[in-house]
Design a protein around this ligand. Structure first.
Ligand code: AMP
Length: 188
């Protein structure tokens, strides 16, 4: 199995690049943000609880997202592999992911971080907010909070994967194809 963590701050292009990667490599795209938004749209209890946190740019509790990923992994045991997008976001999530993959006799192949400056990310997210309908893309303060949460709680995972020799960082600026080429070169 080829299991890749596509890492980076909000607006780095993880979702778009994940969609390009799964097509080329026949992998399954697991985005906890997408899964949570589906719950929200379906009006489930979980979705309604998550909405309050998501709209403020705060993280949803670890147990919730770990549970979602567990379900998806268990129902796709025959997959070629997975692209994890927006997960893990905390050390607890990273440890849980390692354990879940171990239960499936597999592991993370690599973690690739898409890098971009905050001002560029804010510009991209506000632009995306015009069409995405996402409340968390439409308010500069919420966007800044998401970037702060990334710096304070998530960026530390680079060293988590570095310690396992699984970390690569690439420039997230440029055209979709330029970034995609860098990504493919990094994955090998
Ligand atoms: P995203 O689509 O990845 O930008 O995620 C949108 C929002 O969903 C985040 O700001 C969080 O509120 C929530 N979320 C998504 N993934 C996670 C995660 N792995 N852990 C906690 N909260 C998450």
């Amino acid at each position: 199995m080829q299991n890749i963590v596509l890492f980076g701050p909000p607006g780095a292009g993880k979702g778009t690049q994940s969609k390009m990667l799964i097509k080329e490599r026949n992998l399954i795209h697991l985005s906890t943000g997408d899964l949570l938004r589906s719950e929200k749209e379906a009006g489930t209890e979980l979705g309604l609880k998550a909405k309050v946190l998501m709209d403020q740019g705060k993280l949803v509790p670890d147990e919730v997202v770990i549970g979602m990923i567990r379900n998806k992994l268990e129902s796709n045991k025959d997959a070629n592999g997975f692209i994890f997008d927006g997960f893990p976001r905390t050390e607890k999530q990273a440890e849980a992911l390692d354990q879940l993959l171990e239960e499936l006799n597999t592991s993370i192949s690599g973690m690739i971080a898409l890098e971009a400056e905050d001002e560029e990310l804010i510009k991209r997210l506000l632009e995306r907010g015009k069409d995405s309908g996402r409340a968390d893309d439409q308010n500069r303060e919420v966007i800044e909070n998401r970037l702060k949460v990334y710096q304070n709680e998530t960026a530390v995972l680079k060293s988590y994967y570095q310690k396992q020799n699984k970390f690569t960082s690439i420039n997230g600026l440029g055209s979709l194809d330029e970034v995609f080429n860098r990504l493919n070169a990094a994955i090998g």
